[in-house]
Ligand binder design. Structure first.
Ligand SMILES: Cc1ncc(COP(=O)(O)O)c(C=O)c1O
Length: 397
């Protein structure tokens, strides 16, 4: 809607200006409809359907948030204290470079600070990868099924996203990924472990990827679940990538093992300062808040808290898989804070039945099965509730 111009009049007696605003009226803007303004590639994107967060339904039916792969426990008390203290400075913009945090990450990893980048969640870096590497018409490869941001980021930049089916064990198929590369491929996303399937890329496959991938493209290795993967015996991704001559970035996050999903802070290690600079250029200025920087910096020193969360998650993951196996739920191998369970009856119906119990999981199709549920590992109480609900549903059938 547009309004007509304001009218300015000057009193001949006093010389005082007055401005009269006409009543708002619609001026027809021929052709200026939403369809004409929103670029076709944005219009073609599916909407983000997260909806309002589910809530407790009274004391007997607490919400069980097993659908977003969050950590089930709050951040360490020292982290909350640091974030509260940082709130006193919120009238100032944040340190855009995150100097203290980047220095701490450099010291922790042994990588030069100039190769470390920050983002509002690792998600910002995944979108940044498409900004850095994709021109309209270029191809981006990503695992299928895989984290939705990869395909979305490529499509938003006018690229063509091509999914490479994961292996039956849920790990990224490195051989198929290498076979899918063409001269038009400018960006390759892989994840270890992969979301939603949970599988790790083995050391041998990482070496195969590093040796076989041409240098004309950017390789993104998404390690959002790095801390869980290392606890599960996953390979040292940075050491393997150091042997790649072409550009790469590894993305990590404070959202999972550090329990800071709501703070929105992730980071990456790039192959060179030049690649890191490209990511810094495309990042939204000040996208990482002062409070997030303070929380992440404090969380890095709370190693015991992080390790407890990883240990509890690992033990609970195995317990959940064992308890549900006799009822026809098959757990795919997982090195993450979630597990994909193939189901004995249609997965979407099971997810709906769980929702009635205020338990939230993600149903999805999975090859020659009735489907699968991606289940985030929760607190022992969350997991007990899920086991009880699924067992009751399976026994009722
Ligand atoms: C594989 C993977 N990568 C990246 C992310 C994004 O995490 P964040 O933006 O919170 O760092 C997620 C979140 O679920 C994920 O599963």
């Amino acid at each position: 809607m547009r309004t007509g111009p304001s009218r300015v009049s000057v009193s001949p007696r006093t010389g005082i200006f007055s401005v009269s605003r006409p009543a708002t009226r619609t001026i027809p803007m021929t052709g200026r409809t939403a369809e004409a303004v929103v670029s076709p590639r944005i219009a073609a994107l599916s909407p983000v359907l997260l909806g309002p967060p589910p809530r407790d339904l009274g004391p007997t039916r607490p919400v069980r948030r097993l659908h977003l792969n969050e950590g089930p426990f709050p951040p360490a008390p020292a982290v909350i204290t640091a974030m509260r203290a940082a709130a006193a400075d919120l009238h100032r913009y944040p340190d855009n470079d995150g100097t203290d945090l980047v220095a701490a990450l450099a010291a922790r990893t042994g990588v030069a600070a100039e190769r470390i980048v920050l983002g509002a969640g690792s998600n910002e870096l995944l979108y940044g990868a498409a900004d850095v590497a994709i021109e309209p018409g270029d191809v981006g490869l990503s695992p299928a099924p895989g984290f939705g941001s990869y395909a979305r980021a490529v499509a938003m930049r006018g690229g063509r996203s091509v999914g490479v089916p994961v292996r039956d064990d849920g790990a990224v198929d490195v051989v198929a990924t290498l076979a899918a590369v063409t001269p038009a491929t400018r960006l390759v996303f892989v994840a270890t472990p992969n979301n939603p399937t949970g599988g790790l890329i083995s050391a041998a496959d990482l070496d195969r990827l590093v040796a076989g991938l041409p240098n004309h493209l950017l390789l993104v290795v998404d390690e959002a679940y790095h801390e869980f993967a290392r606890a599960a015996g996953g390979p040292d991704v940075i050491a393997a990538l150091a042997r790649r001559r072409g550009p790469w970035i590894v993305t990590r996050t404070f959202s999972k093992a550090y329990g800071l999903a709501g703070a929105r802070i992730g980071w990456g290690i790039a192959s060179s300062a030049e690649i890191a600079d490209a990511f810094r250029k495309v990042r939204t200025t000040f996208s990482v808040s002062t409070v997030a920087l303070a929380g992440a910096r404090a969380a890095l020193d709370e190693t015991a808290h992080m390790e407890r969360l990883v240990a509890s998650t690992t033990a609970e993951r195995e317990r959940l898989a064992g308890a549900l196996a006799p009822h026809g739920f098959r757990a795919m191998p997982s090195a993450a804070n979630f597990v994909m369970l193939t189901t004995p009856s249609p997965a979407d119906r099971l997810a709906a039945a769980l929702r009635d119990e205020n338990i939230f999981v993600v149903p999805m199709p999975w090859r020659e099965t009735a489907g699968a549920l991606r289940v985030t590992i929760g607190t022992p109480e969350d997991d007990d509730a899920l086991i009880a609900a699924l067992t009751a549903i399976a026994t009722d059938r």
